[in-house]
Design a protein around this ligand. Structure first.
Ligand code: PLP
Length: 436
């Protein structure tokens, strides 16, 4: 691990070249330069287990591997082996394959919640498919999405509701309504304002705030009463909170569920699952069907092999239990460092141990993006690639935890000094920008 300051010469040289060829220099808005502190790597080279290395050779403990899609660890051997073995036998054919049958049955058996599945390549696509299915099933057009959940899709129905609405069809975005998390009254108000018009309600089970025990039962009741489908977006939460999804943990009963990050250890695979009576509406061999998620690459077998290997490890090794334990140890160490520095009023960890975030506050106690950036900067300088969420995986070791706690304790001295005399002389460059 490099001590501060990092040498990131090559990274800084290459980043403008990438930005010259790829808009924002990134294929996801959340990986772009404005989402990171100015100090730190711009371009990574490779990863193994819990570590990544940048093009200058600096190594980092990676706490958000592949935006939390790499759920076992980088280059995880069992997954790599399964992928290589599949590659040697061909991986895309003009007819369905035996491997698709096995993959579908293993996935459904693992999540143990649904009767049918349709695979695709990304979360946006399966969310779009779920909404289309709901619109077809109900004969309605409006959808209601949770206001606090920051990202569902690059499609018009969602992105048209954000400030990044350029180029979308306004009429599509206008059909999207919003309600509040843990605020069933706001959903009830939508049903009153638009009776018999709402096809689907879509939300994540949890971000960092726990669901109020009455919230999901009430959402379910409202959906039942109004003939609306409940779509649970488990693209982030799936395979993190519980093997069967966070819905099992919280007793949520959705009609349709979407999965993505984490089910194939970073390989491009997403899934829509649901009961047979709904999913069959996407059967294009029938006259009256919805055109549901028909893609050339949906059943590409490398990602399915990666998924089977990934869920095999998850199911056999109580990976989620061990992630919770690793997260708890990390959190305890971080909180001990915080209290030793007497900085508890300014930094707080939120969420469950399997996936927890940080809230950073300024000297007035107000949430602060500048202080958030400063904390990231100081951790990155000390070899911890951190962007606000700790996602412990099977590859994270006791040593990673120890290193991170030491880096954090050390970073706190800069945080404390910035609280004392203002962050301007400590933060290099600009604060990270809001993503959407
Ligand atoms: C909750 C949630 N839903 C959907 C998506 C979209 O997934 P993808 O980036 O695979 O299209 C994301 C992506 O970050 C997400 O966080």
């Amino acid at each position: 691990m490099a001590d501060p300051p990092l040498l990131t010469t090559r990274s800084d040289e290459l980043a403008p070249n990438l930005a010259c060829l790829v808009p924002a220099g990134s294929h996801a808005y959340s990986k772009a330069a404005d989402q990171w502190p100015a100090v730190g790597p711009r371009i990574l080279a490779h990863g193994r287990g819990s570590k990544v290395w940048d093009v200058d050779g600096n190594g980092y403990v990676d706490w958000f591997p592949g935006l939390s899609s790499v759920s076992l660890g980088h280059a995880y051997p069992a997954v790599a082996q399964a992928v290589i073995s599949r590659l040697e036998r061909g991986h895309n054919f003009q007819l369905p394959t035996m491997a698709e049958l096995e993959a579908a049955s293993e996935f459904l058996e693992t999540i143990a919640l649904a009767e049918m599945v349709k695979f695709a390549k990304d979360g946006s696509t399966v969310n779009g498919g779920a909404l289309r299915l709901a619109r077809f099933a109900t004969g309605r057009l409006r959808v209601a999405k949770c206001r606090e959940h920051p990202f569902f899709s690059y499609d018009d129905w969602f992105i048209g509701t954000t400030r990044r609405c350029g180029g979308v069809v306004p009429a599509v975005a206008a059909l999207t309504l919003e309600f509040g998390y843990n605020d069933a009254d706001s959903l009830a108000a939508l049903f009153s304002a638009y009776p018999d018009e709402i096809a689907a309600v879509i939300l994540e089970p949890v971000r960092f705030d726990e669901p109020d025990p009455v919230f999901f039962p009430e959402v379910r009741r409202l959906c039942n009463e109004n003939g609306t489908l409940l779509i649970l977006d488990e693209i982030v939460t799936g395979m993190k909170y519980h093997l069967n999804g966070a819905q099992r943990l919280y007793g949520i009963k959705p009609d349709l569920t979407t999965w993505g990050k984490g089910i194939a250890n970073g390989f491009p695979l997403a899934a829509l699952t649901g009961p047979r009576h709904l999913m069959r509406l996407g059967d294009t061999t029938q006259q009256d069907s919805v055109f549901l998620l028909s893609t050339t690459f949906g059943s590409e077998l490398v990602s399915l092999a990666a998924m089977q290997a990934t869920i095999g490890v998850f199911a056999a090794d109580d990976v989620i239990g061990s992630n919770y334990a690793r997260g708890a140890a990390l959190r305890e160490g971080l909180n001990t460092a915080l209290s030793a520095a007497a900085l508890e009023p300014f930094i707080e960890f939120v969420g469950r141990d399997c996936f927890f975030g940080v809230v950073t506050r300024d000297e007035e106690g107000a949430e602060s993006r500048v202080f958030r950036t400063l904390l990231f900067q100081e951790l990155i300088r000390r070899g911890v690639l951190f962007r606000g969420i700790f996602y412990p995986t099977l590859s994270h070791s006791d040593e990673d935890v120890e290193r991170t706690v030491i880096a954090f304790a050390d970073a706190l001295s800069t945080y404390a000094a910035a609280l004392e005399s203002g962050p301007a002389s400590f933060l290099v460059g600009k604060a990270i920008q809001p993503g959407l």
